[in-house]
Each structure stands twice: as C-alpha cells, then as structure tokens.
Ligand binder design. Structure first.
Ligand code: KG4
Ligand code: ZN
Length: 336
C-alpha cells in the first residue's frame, strides 16, 4: 500500500510517500522558520497562507522523486490535529479532496502519533510494547505503547512542554525562535558546572513534569550577570544554556528510568523536536543502559515535524482497515 502523507499543523509543510513493502519512497519539507523568526514566534495566519502556497508543489515534488503519478497512490494521510486550526485546515482539506478525487481512502492522523511512530522509519526499529517519551514544542508525555492506537498515558507536563521551555529560555537570553537548537549549540561551549538549575519534580514519586519554573531560574541567572548595558558575555551565555539544557535533560532522564522500572519494559523511544537534542540522546543512552534497556530515535530530520511520520502512521491505520469519512477533520485540540 502506497500512502501520501501531509503535515501542516504548525510551521513546516511536510509531504512524503510511504510504501508498506518498500518503505519510504520520497519526502520533502518546506520550513517557514525564517519567515516567523522575524516575529519571535509562529504567526498563525502567515503559517496557513504559506502552507497553501507550498503544499501542491511539494506533493508534485515527492511524486516526481518516487517516479509515481497520483493514480499510483492507495491512500492519503493528513495531520488532523492538534495544531493551528487554519494551518491544519490546509492539509486536511487538500488531503481529503485528493483522496475523494482519486477514489481512495483518506485517514486523519494525530500529530503526536506521527511523532511517536517516527523511529519506526529507521533501520532497526523497536518492537511493541515500548515506552515513548514525546518531547515537542507542545507536548511532554510518557506513554506506554502496546501497538498502533494502543496508548496509555503514564505522565505529562503540568505546565510548559520541554520544547516550549527551550524556546522561552532562548527568548530570555535574546536568541531567535525556535530556541531549542540555538540553546543546544550554545550549550556545547558552556561550562556545565558553573550554574546548577533545579530538576523539577524529581524528588517526589510519579511521572509528571513541570518546566515553567526553569524559565524564572534562567531569567534570574541571566539578569544577575548583565553588565551596565544589559549585555551578558558570551561565556556566561553558554554557561547558562548548558545549565538549562542539563536541567531539562536530567529531569527527562530520571523520569524515563522511572517509567521503564514501573512498566518493566526494556525499550524506550524518544520522539518530537526535542529528541533531536544530542545531549539528551547521549544522557538517555547511558540512563537506559542502567535499566538494561535499549534507546531508539529517528534521524534528526524526522524528530521535528515532517510528512514521513504522517505517511507511516496513516499507512498503518489504513492497513488495519481504518479510514476517515468525508467530514474534513481538523481539531486544534485532540487528546491522543
Ligand atoms: O516536534 P516539533 O518540530 O514541533 C511540535 O510538534 O511542537 O518540535 C519543535 C520543538 C521546538 O520547541 C524546538 O525548540 C525544539 O523542538 N527543538 C529542540 C531541538 N530541536 C528542536 N530542542 C532542543 N534541542 C534541539 N536540538
Ligand atoms: Zn510536532
């Protein structure tokens, strides 16, 4: 079965074709990051307009790359939520209309299910059941995964998501949006022992997270080191970035170990934009080893938003006989 996947939930237009026998045939991505960075965050109306501009050209591009025509497709998968309503509507209406015109099934995919299954696109994928840490700009969740669609929420953030915390801390340091990759790059030059930030909610049992306090800590530390012009020297910036990254990574590692112990499972997958973080991958690699478990993640370009994960997730659901009706689904809020 060959499935076209469409992702337009936020600021990346992602399109891909997944073949259940041959694997990923093509994928293309257009990032709007440069356009939004001028405003310090995603501007929903501009995002929707740019998806309209880019989606059909990208669909043509993946078809050409895979040397296929529209008539070779067996299904269309689109992200139906959660995300920005206007942005979602672009992918949902285009995907639904394409499927209708071609007389093939369409399937509405949950964005976080797409992220969760992205490590399945890699060479040695995990097998069910496993524990998943979903860490993106909007979500921080630990999930027990028994199979496609069989998800049990073990714990989540009570306030900011991990990626959101990275973005907010970056803003406080005067860095661009999205701040996660910029903090990570700065942190590489930082002295990780100069400042110690708290590891929120690790001293009590449970698998809940809280990251909003870390931004206050970041702001206070930054303010304490500003010169008369309000500037912070480069080394101090790097040291703060390193302390912040360490605090987030340590907190996530502690909770992941706890989730493995609690479930008795021996596989952990990490997915979502923050799973691209190299320090997180290294630290988690060591943490899961202590539990006698294995760590799995997708290549960096499939950690952040992309069409391949939606094509894959949609293909699995269509193979299981599921399909969405003619209602064009777009749900800005949608629990997985
Ligand atoms: O999954 P994603 O692309 O979009 C959402 O579904 O939210 O995640 C985006 C988030 C942003 O907050 C971004 O700052 C963060 O992932 N991110 C990172 C890194 N790359 C992306 N955070 C830390 N380190 C990174 N290398
Ligand atoms: Zn995402």
């Amino acid at each position: 079965m060959r499935v076209l996947g469409i992702e337009t939930s936020c600021d990346e237009t992602g399109v891909a074709i997944f073949d259940s026998e041959k694997g990923l045939l093509a994928d293309a991505l257009y990032s709007q990051v440069a356009m939004h960075s001028e405003y310090g965050g995603v501007v929903p109306e501009l995002a929707s307009r740019d998806h309209v501009r880019k989606l059909l050209p990208l669909i043509r591009e993946v078809l050409a790359e895979a040397q296929l025509s529209l008539h070779d497709l067996d299904g269309v998968a689109f992200t139906a939520g959660p995300g920005l309503i206007g942005a979602l509507m672009v992918g949902a209406s285009t995907g639904r209309a394409l499927a209708m015109g071609l007389g093939i099934p369409a399937i509405a995919v949950h964005h976080m299910e797409g992220h969760l299954l992205a490590p399945m696109l890699e060479e040695n994928p995990p097998s069910f059941p496993f524990v998943a840490l979903l860490v993106s700009g909007g979500h921080t969740q630990l999930v027990k995964v028994e199979g496609i669609g069989e998800y049990e929420l073990l714990g989540e953030s009570l306030d900011d998501a991990a990626g959101e915390a990275f973005d907010k801390a970056a803003k406080m340091l005067g860095l661009d949006y999205p701040g996660g990759p910029l903090i990570a790059r700065l942190a590489e030059k930082g002295d990780r022992s100069r400042f110690r930030f708290p590891r929120p909610m690790t001293d009590r049992p449970g698998l809940e997270f809280s990251f909003s306090g870390l931004k206050t800590f970041t702001l206070n530390t930054a303010n304490a080191h500003r010169d008369e012009q309000g500037q912070i020297d480069d080394q101090t910036m790097a040291d703060i970035a390193a302390a912040f990254e360490d605090a987030v990574v340590d907190t996530l590692s502690i909770k992941c170990r706890r989730a493995l112990q609690q479930t008795g499972l021996k596989q952990l997958i990490i997915a979502g934009g923050v799973s691209a973080n190299r320090h997180l991958r290294l630290k988690l690699e060591a943490a899961v080893k202590k539990e006698g478990a294995e760590l799995y993640y997708a290549r960096a370009k499939f950690c952040t938003d992309n069409g391949a994960m939606i094509a894959y997730a949609g293909c699995q659901r269509l193979l299981a006989g599921q399909a969405s009706d003619l209602t064009i689904l777009a749900k800005p809020r949608w629990p997985m």
